[in-house]
Design a protein around this ligand. Structure first.
Ligand SMILES: [Zn+2]
Length: 347
């Protein structure tokens, strides 16, 4: 029997090492040669760490969509760069003694679960990545590292569904946008999906966004999620829009907002909790600012369904991105699923 604790290491810098030869989403250390980027969110992609892997002649692995989303970055992510290999979801790739496979996980465009089979040492390890509900294909591994963004402990007593929350938000933003400026804040991916669903391309040629966010919008648009072109706040197009007074500004946080106080209505889509009573609530500090309960992460039952889909011998919850949540989630997995589970911080 192989000792899986010798193979899986989760480091404080967010690296999920699944094998002595392969690590995901932080950096590579020691003999680790393969550096997986599971998706294009900035807490899973460290440009300086990717450069380190390039410099030691390692190989950086990601999907083609992740590569395209990350091309705003100044580092080399060219299609034909020798240090980079794109892997298509569902197509196993043999790399030295390892076979690496990616499968979609519905979080954002290009995001994947990672399966690593080490036939020499007779062990299979995997990482969920940041994952969402409704996953169709599951990786086939004995030892699974799972994201612990939501720990699934809270009772499901809300009266709204995610679909209702989304429809309500789209309705309200559309209406507000016909009257004045609207500011929409969410993580990239979810943000672009919402802009697509607003369906405003015929009325709005441009929306205002910083470079990275505008780049995401362009790629989403190219893939078929149609949306207006993002322009920088200091561009002449943006100045025209500020003057006109009816525009959509999108960003990942209010800190990106160009003025001291946002104009018009502001929706912050960062307030998900399964126990929220309402899908949209007004912030106590401002009557023009609202918190919205939407997320592109699995929660509660969806997390357990994912683990049951993979059906591993043991689960390791990622403490590097959520210390207390990883402990609660591990406990819940042991109790509900009767699968051995450990928070990475206690290993
Ligand atoms: Zn993410």
């Amino acid at each position: 029997m192989v000792d899986w604790k010798k193979f899986i290491h989760i480091r404080n810098d967010g690296s999920i090492s699944l094998n002595p030869l392969l690590s995901c989403d932080g950096g590579t250390e020691n003999k680790e040669k393969f550096h997986v980027v599971s998706h294009a969110h900035t807490d899973h992609f460290k440009a300086n760490k990717v450069v380190e892997t390039y410099n030691k002649d390692g190989l950086v692995l990601m999907t083609e969509l992740t590569r395209r989303l990350l091309q705003y970055s100044p580092i080399t992510l060219g299609e034909n760069y020798l240090g980079l290999k794109t892997i298509n979801p569902g197509e196993p790739e043999k790399l030295n003694d390892l076979t690496v496979k990616f499968l979609d996980n519905n979080h954002i465009l290009g995001s994947v679960q990672v399966e690593v089979k080490d036939y020499l040492n007779n062990i299979s390890t995997g990482y969920s990545g940041d994952f969402n509900s409704d996953i169709i294909e599951f990786i086939d591994v004995d030892y699974l590292v799972v994201d612990a963004t939501y720990n699934g402990e809270i009772a499901n007593n809300r009266t709204w569904t995610p679909e209702e929350a989304e429809n309500l938000l789209i309705e309200r933003v559309s209406e507000d946008l016909s009257l004045g400026p609207v500011n929409l804040i969410a993580d990239s991916g979810l943000l672009q999906l919402l802009v697509h669903k607003l369906n405003i391309k015929d009325k709005h040629e441009n929306i205002i966004a910083k470079k990275e966010v505008a780049h995401f919008s362009k790629i989403y648009n190219d893939i078929g999620y149609e949306q207006p072109l993002g322009v920088d706040k200091s561009s002449s197009e943006a100045k025209q829009l500020f003057k006109k007074g009816k525009y959509l500004w999108i960003g990942n946080s209010l800190a990106d907002w160009p003025f001291d106080i946002p104009r018009g209505k502001t929706y912050v889509v960062k307030n998900f909790s399964p126990s929220n009573d309402y899908a949209i609530t007004q912030k106590s500090s401002s009557e023009d600012m609202f918190k919205v309960s939407l997320t592109c992460h699995a929660s509660q039952r969806e997390i357990y369904e994912y683990i049951q889909g993979v059906n591993p011998k043991a689960v390791i919850t990622d403490s590097s991105r959520n210390q207390s949540g990883s402990i609660t989630l591990a406990k819940n997995i042991r109790n509900k699923l009767k699968i051995p589970a450990y928070a990475s911080s206690v290993l």
